[in-house]
Write a protein that binds this ligand. Sequence first.
Ligand code: NAD
Ligand code: MG
Length: 385
Amino acid sequence: MKRVSILGATGSVGRSTLDLIGRDPARFEVVALTANCDVDGLAAAAREHGAKLAVVADERCLPALTTALDGSGIEARGGAQAVCEAAAMPCNWTMAAIVGAAGLKPVMAALGQGATLALANKEALVSAGSIVTAEAKRTGATILPVDSEHNAIFQCFAPHQAKAVRRVILTASGGPFRALSRAEMRDITPKQAVAHPNWSMGAKISVDSATMMNKGLELIEAFHLFPVAPEQLEILVHRQSVIHSLVEYADGSMLAQLGSPDMRVPIAHTLAWPDRMATPARPLDLAAIGRLDFESPDPERFPALRLAREALEAGGARPAILNAANEIAVKAFLEGRIGFLEIAAIVADTLSCYDPPAPETLDAVLAIDAEARGLADARVKEGVA
Ligand code: NAD
Ligand code: MG
């Protein structure tokens, strides 16, 4: 029996995780489930999976959660601190699927247990990669990457051959606007941006895929997960999302992981690791797919790629600023307050006006994150483009 907790249980990754757990209830015991304020989704999941504890990060939603769980015997709690306490409750496996840097403290709390952390929350690694990996090292926790590219790399990257790795190649679908010109991107609506051609995902990561900031964040994520230098990390546009990433070795061998674009495949890999488990994902029919296409990414049309690459190479506080400004800009875009092309412009502008020293502690990262959010928000209000 594996004891599991899911942080961000009501989101796209959280629900896919619960779907897998629900198919094999004898194998898993659910300890804690958390959400921001989707009370109905959280209460239904907690009852269905017999969770011990359900937590809403937004404290205002606690009375509704308490009512929704009445008579179930499931404890209801509220607030950001309660999310961290849920993350720290002993279990064997924790899914970190909160979106954004809001997931950073819960990730650190979960790592404190020294157990296994399935990490979907890429923003935590982008903002505080070396602090997160140092905490895993300190407590003996194992981080298993859930992001499909990083999970693919994890499956192809032989640790004992790390010195022989020449390149790590992250594939990118290119998002829904892969072939559009900058002029054609100007009037993109939030509805168009969240409609991803291959994957069904939460709103924020869907917009990140459309701007290709997602791939930029993933470059930084890969740098922290695998022993490679920034210049060994490359991006390859592959619109079918069948090959999820590749590792190239010194002898010229390239290893790739292939699969249907269904997050239940990488989630199941981390849930069963080091074993394997069955999933309902549609098996790949390569003959029916017929061909796989590849092209180089275009940082001119997708400036987020360049901004993220620069942040990766500069290190220090740059990735945390990139991430924070992007979170603010994506939120403003989704709320109809700025245009699609302004997302990267606001990130660039925030990076150019704020250059603090490298943070050495979690609190320093959080202070930089907060400052960058304030600066980006001011730019949203000024209407800088
Ligand atoms: P989502 O928006 O569907 O779900 C986010 C979850 O986080 C929800 O449960 C929500 O209630 C919770 N949440 C939101 N704000 C919170 C806060 N301030 N405090 C606590 N909880 C909060 O997002 P998603 O698509 O499931 O993505 C989750 C994470 O996984 C992101 O970091 C994303 O980049 C990453 N990821 C997602 C996919 C995917 O296919 N969806 C693939 C790879 C990586
Ligand atoms: Mg990904």
